[in-house]
Design a protein around this ligand. Structure first.
Ligand code: SF4
Length: 364
């Protein structure tokens, strides 16, 4: 039985079938509601036109459709990236970013792709030193409705079909495991949002138990692991999580995921000039292929990532064009797996996660 006023966005097909039965209808009515909510993105219960007027009235008495409220929307004049600041029902704010392909990062891939980067938590407990969201502290996990609401609302702002989902916005997805996995089930359902799990990427800083749980559950989503250094001393300095899950443990978990799922792992590596670009770093990266099938995404550090009050402000330096080319050339010569350059989308609109929400906090 649904709670009074419960949001239909966020309920699974089974929950909607159970709801229909609890209201005296056949289970298939729940399947119809599921399609209306996720496939057709209907904005009111009256819009569910293949459901009888009498049952729509019953539904209106006990449930509702509550979309996320757009507090602010910014469109990049450089690359068309759209950034949303959403206001949640308790007044907290989260961000999502719609990213079109750009000629640096997607030149060899499907130019029709449209990716949405979504948040999973308000703030984040992981406290990575280069990340604006990390400085906010942690408020709470997002509900399934709030996770899916970002996709449903963003779809209204583009004529194009969203083709890929990345869980790389605010928060660490694996610390909100159950809600993220339930969301992925609804996204991947042909009668739901209808995006194949193979086009969904879950990014983690390395919560090894949860990586293994995903593997054991036979999840089909792609896994991206934020490494940024293979040197435990450096990684601990910039990512405190490394004290709990060091590099070897994370690589062992990535290997486990690959062996169980046969999915190639993406390793993310923010390039900080002078910090993680030595010959020793390249030697360590080169050894990745002996452990796991992978590709490496190099993301040049940009100061927009950096929180105003970062204690490591002087440590994090953006690479020059010359040093970036040099690092990419050295890596590509050394590694026998794909090494991709990922540029920052939406630089002119503070495209890095947490920027808008942090600005709001500061202004408050
Ligand atoms: S980089 Fe990701 S995991 Fe690290 S603090 Fe930021 S949001 Fe959290």
């Amino acid at each position: 039985m649904a709670q009074q006023g419960q949001n239909l966005i966020g309920l699974s097909k089974k929950e909607l079938r159970d709801l229909a039965v609890s209201l005296g209808e056949k289970p298939f009515r729940g399947g119809q509601i599921f399609r209306w909510i996720y496939q057709d993105q209907v904005q009111s219960i009256d819009g569910m036109t293949n459901i009888s007027a009498a049952f729509r009235e019953v539904l209106k008495q006990c449930v509702s459709i509550k979309p996320l409220a757009v507090e602010e929307k910014q469109v990049s004049s450089i690359d068309g990236t759209i950034k949303f600041l959403f206001r949640l029902s308790d007044g907290l704010k989260i961000e999502s970013v719609l990213i079109p392909p750009n000629d640096v990062q997607e030149i060899t891939e499907d130019m029709r792709r449209l990716t949405i980067c979504i948040s999973t938590q308000v703030g984040c407990p992981a406290d990575c030193k280069f990340c604006a969201t990390g400085t906010m502290g942690f408020y709470r996990n997002l509900t399934v409705g709030e996770i899916l609401g970002q996709i449903i609302e963003a779809r209204r702002h583009t004529p194009r079909r969203i083709s890929n989902i990345v869980f790389m916005g605010m928060g660490e997805p694996l610390l909100n495991y159950d809600n993220v996995m339930k969301s992925i089930d609804i996204i991947g359902d042909d009668e739901g949002i209808g995006i194949s799990p193979r086009r969904i990427t879950v990014s983690t800083v390395g919560y090894v138990k949860k990586i293994k749980q995903m593997a054991d559950e036979g999840r089909k989503a792609k896994l991206a692991v934020s490494l940024h250094s293979l040197d435990d001393a450096v990684r601990t300095r910039i990512m405190p999580i490394n004290r709990r899950h060091n590099v070897d443990t994370i690589l062992e978990a990535a290997q486990y995921y690959w062996k169980k799922t046969r999915q190639r792992i993406t390793f993310e590596y923010i390039f900080f000039e002078g910090l993680n670009d030595t010959e020793k770093d390249i030697k360590m990266l080169r050894k990745l292929s002996g452990k796991v099938a992978c590709k490496l995404n190099i993301i040049p550090f940009h100061p927009i990532y950096l929180p105003e009050n970062s204690e490591l402000k002087d440590t994090f330096r953006s690479p020059t064009a010359k040093s970036l080319k040099n690092f990419m050339d050295r890596l590509r010569r050394a590694c026998d797996f794909p090494v991709m350059l990922r540029s920052s989308s939406g630089i002119d609109i503070d495209g890095a996660c947490g920027q808008l929400a942090v600005k709001e906090e500061v202004e408050k």
